[in-house]
Design a protein. Sequence first.
Lengths: 404, 331
Amino acid sequence: MKHPILMPVLSDTMATGRLTQWVKSIGAKVSKGDAVAEVETDKAVLEVEAFSDGYLAGPLAPVDQDIPVKQVIGYLADTAEEAVQTGQTAPADPVPASEVPPVSPPPKPSLPTEPIPAAPAAAEPSPTSPAEPVPAPQAFPGGPSEGHAASPYARALAFDLGIDIAQVAPGPDGKVQAPEIVAALLAPAQPPLNYGPPYRLESPTKSREAVARTMMAASATPSFRVTARLPIRELQHQAASRQVSLTVALSKACALTIQAYPRFNAVWTNEGLALRDRIDVGIAVEAQDSLITPVLRDAGAKSLADLQSVWKDLLNQTKSARLGPKDYSGATFYLSNLGVYPVVRQFDAVVPLGASAILAVAAMDSDGSAQCTLTCDHRVVFGADAAHFLTHLASQLATPDSLW
Amino acid sequence: MDENLFYWQAVNIALDRAMEEDPDVFVMGEDVGLYGGTYRATENLMAKYGELRVRDTPISENSFTGLGVGAAMTGLRPLIEIMTLNFALLALDSIVNLAAKIPFMSGGQFPVPLTIRMPGGVAKQLGAQHSQRLEHTLMNVPGLRIAVPFTPQDAYGQLRQAIRSNDPIIVLEHDLLYFSKGAVDLDAQAPPMHRAIVRRAGTDITCAAYSLMVAEALAAAETLKESGISMEVIDLRSLSPIDWKCLQQSVEKTHHMIIAEEDSGFAGAGAELAATVQERCFYSLDAPVSRVAGMNIPIPFNAALESAAIPHAADIVVAAKKMLLERSQTS
């Protein structure tokens, strides 16, 4: 007997997941709790565990495609024979064996790319890639398809609004209905690509998608910037001698400054200002072609040694893409440090949703100071607040002994 | 002047007033005289108007319905009661071949101002042969008009209109509605007999229903409110003709439609509603029209199975949520 394996729900917001690989192949014996596949969610790569002992059986869902949660992605069979027999046939539509999704996992997740000619004949298959292996479209409803079914009302709306319905992303059932048209209407304009050079589309990683989404949301924040030169040589010197990262030391200095100006620990909500009673500093780091913000919880109260060890763990998890939402969400203040690149003289950053401000730290000059730009949510703090903040921070940095 | 009346009382008063007003009106049927009607609809009429105008008949539906057609052709205004619409199957020749055809075949020389009242629908364990609904059969007969009053007010008003009309009209009453109560204004100006009424306004989805199912739809709308769904409930009131304009206006507003019918869905009234709504509102529909209908089986006698064979408010709630909220599970 075969038991379906479902796309797990790994976070509250997860609507779809993308399989990065099957770590077991069809017919392989698995024990309860063994990882059978890896799933990429909004930010992390997590394992799908076998829910009981058995043998992995197909058909397996294709990798690198968005699959709705709770959808069947594969099966566990009670016996090896069953697993191997059923692995060769797709459940609904009989598909040629060559089109059955790959059973052995590719060594690395590869992004599906499809060439698209820039000319209006976008729907025609490109002659340059005739033999490109495409997963059988009917095998799993989550797979790609040529244009989506759309309701008559959605089509009429799209027509009236001048929206190209072929470009509209479908709803959770794979169909385009009125809510999708409205979403497309509210979405930012698409860049015109028709008359430019030919291009191919690369589907973004889940992580890149998440960054794009949160940055779009953050762009609605009314913000302003205040730049100051802050003395960081002494802090850098002391941090190096105690083997603490300058970024961690800066986070602590910021946290102490926020303690002095608690308005910076607030966030604007529709119901009012949310005043938080703990300072959690998020730090922007580069991660696998994307951006992630591991959070130092309670950065004001913890010692620098503690923060450093937490930071080390977070970085390791980031490298192995094992960071979960509890590790990267919920910061009340952010720090972005590009100071390790000596050419960076000055930059500013975008205030993520949920924070009052973000501090952008550029490289240190020969005089021992760095250009620092504080970008603030103007609904929460004002120019004078930012000036006070930077003044206080400057004195913290000039005499960093109080940090230790 | 509003009075809180049982549905059967509203029917009874309508008959009384019609007979008082017009000496050409007479009532005929099984047990309508001495007994006063199975659901008391003709109570006291014989005492008041005598045996000539309130006539008990033998158990011979085709004969006394045919008699009604003949009387109508002479200019009288007969009100025929068929004890349950299940027995109307025996009178189909009189209804379909005579009442519905004679005005047409005589080039209008013989109008048939005949009204036929009959209770029907699934009541409480009456068995498969006594739980039928024949609206689909009668809707398919050109020349007949079909009223399906839900409230006591409509039971009164539509019956009065039917008796005054020169067309053959069927009034389908539901067994379970006779003891429902509602305010009745006996002097109110009734809306046109075929006009549908929005019983509850809503913005997200339209539920069209008739007769007893309007009550289920209204209960469903109340439940759906908790999920943030605003459901408009339309009481069709007439199945022939149908007030398409009312449905169209609603669907153009909500873009979603459910049809609730107690009868089995296959080739039922809902099929006609769904087909015509999509013809008229195709470009306004954001999802396929959904029918919440009875199962395609004879109604079982067993009470649990009987209840399971017909739709209830909960089924309408499920259908509405599926259409609006749980789209991922509909694929």
